[in-house]
Structures are given as structure tokens and as C-alpha cells.
Design a protein around this ligand. Sequence first.
Ligand code: TA6
Length: 277
Amino acid sequence: PQRIDFHGMPAIHLRAPDGAEAIVMEHGAHIVSWKPAGGVERLYLSPDAVFSEGKAIRGGVPVIFPQFGDRGPLQGHGFARNQVWEVVASRAGEDHAMAHLCLRDSDASRALWPHQFLLELTLSISGARLDIELECSNPGSEPISFMAALHTYLAVREVEQASLQGLHGQRYYDAVKKKDMRETGTELVIEEETDRVYFDTRNPLLLKEPHRALAIQSERLPDTVVWNPWVERSIKFSDFPDKGFRHMLCVEAATIEHPVQLAAQHSWWGRQTLMAL
Ligand code: TA6
């Protein structure tokens, strides 16, 4: 692993012996690039993303903690994505490369959220696979409660030619229509603004595109958010090109409906795995 400068900020470039690559930033423990072995970039990073202290990066894998969106009193999606994490370890093994970063409560975090915590992100790449594990420990003497998400922006060649399978029959909240719904289709094709939280999803998902696919699995992150801002929302983002929505789809592994209740001196973890097919 190599320390690099990525748009003016410190990052780690991981390279597995099989050629798989990823870049993770200290800012937010934000994964901004992943190329499976022998493959092309599979994460979407906005070409207009802003890299600046305290600001969220548009694209890659923002770590959402301790609040999802505006479902609470904190700033949108919490603060973990806007703070500088510490690199605990990074190494390449015989068949993989990994990095481990952590974020502890600080004066800045306690001013926003008055709790002790230790958040850890471990990413590991090997061949066609990316594993992202988020762990939270409660070193304090009081229970804590939080939501979390890996807000993964997947790269697609043309969103209307992509379909997401595995959500059939799932209950979801449609944040565009502001309604509780149930998925009736066997595959989801994005043809309009889409912002949904699917609850208690159990199946692996498959993002299919002409000539390629991506398997998406999660463990202990039971909800799945599917987001594409489409035409009008995209125009409102200054850090996102007007046509950027054509080349991304967020498929996020999250725990939103039932926030994690973490007793003092306990820890929790959740994981998202992507596998290029
Ligand atoms: O995960 C979907 C979502 O919550 C959307 O509602 C949308 O606003 C998006 O995340 C991006 O949020 P951000 O705070 O990064 O602009």
C-alpha cells in the first residue's frame, strides 16, 4: 500500500498481487476507487466532487454514521464522512490487500453527538471482490443508538440499461413519493428520480448491465437504499454533473429502520461485499 495525495488530501492506494486496486481517503475513510483484478473502475466518483476539510465527497463510498439522511437532529447523514480518520493498518498479503481506519469520538464529535464511540472501517480487495466492514464499539458506560450506511455509488455505463434484481416483494419507503410501498417487479430499472429505503432485505442483489454484472451482498446491514437523483435533482447539486446520474446508481447497505442499540462495552459490525461478474 502506498500513501498518495488524492485531490490534495491524504489517501492510501491499495494493490493486491492479482492486480485489484482501491483508493481510500483519510477524510471520511472514504473509498473513492475500486478496480477488480483485470477490470475497470466500478465505483462512481463525481468529476465535480469537492475535496475539502469538513465537506462530504460526492461519489465513492461515504460512511454514514450516526444518522441516516435527515432522520434525526444531526446534519444530513451524520458526521463520520466529514471527519479525518486515522489509518491503523494497511498491507498487501499473498492474495489480498487491506486497510483499516478508525474514528474516535472527539471534542468536535461530542459537540454534535455527546457519546463515546470507536468506529472502524476495514476494506479488503482480492480478485473480483471488495469487502467493506464497518464496526462500532461503545467504550462508554451508557448505551448508544445509531444508524449507519455504506452509501455506495456504483458506476454504470448507462443507468437505463442497468437493472437491479433481488428486491421483489420487499417493503420500502419511497422518499420521492413519500409513501410506503411494496416492490412488485422482479427487476428494478431506473427511469426517473429514485430514492427508496428497502427494509429488511435478505437476498443478495444483482446489478445487471449488458456484458457485465455486480453481485451485492450485505451482512448485518438489513436495509438497502437505492438512489438515483435523475435530471432535476442532479442540476441542483453543484458537485455533480448534470448528466452524472446516467453513470451511477447508489445501492447502499444500511441499518435505518431499526437503529443499532449498543450496550456499554459492546460492539457491532456490518458488511457490504461487491463482486464483479
Ligand atoms: O441515500 C439517498 C440519499 O439520502 C438521498 O436522499 C440523497 O439526498 C442522497 O442520499 C445524497 O445525500 P447528500 O447528503 O450526500 O447530498
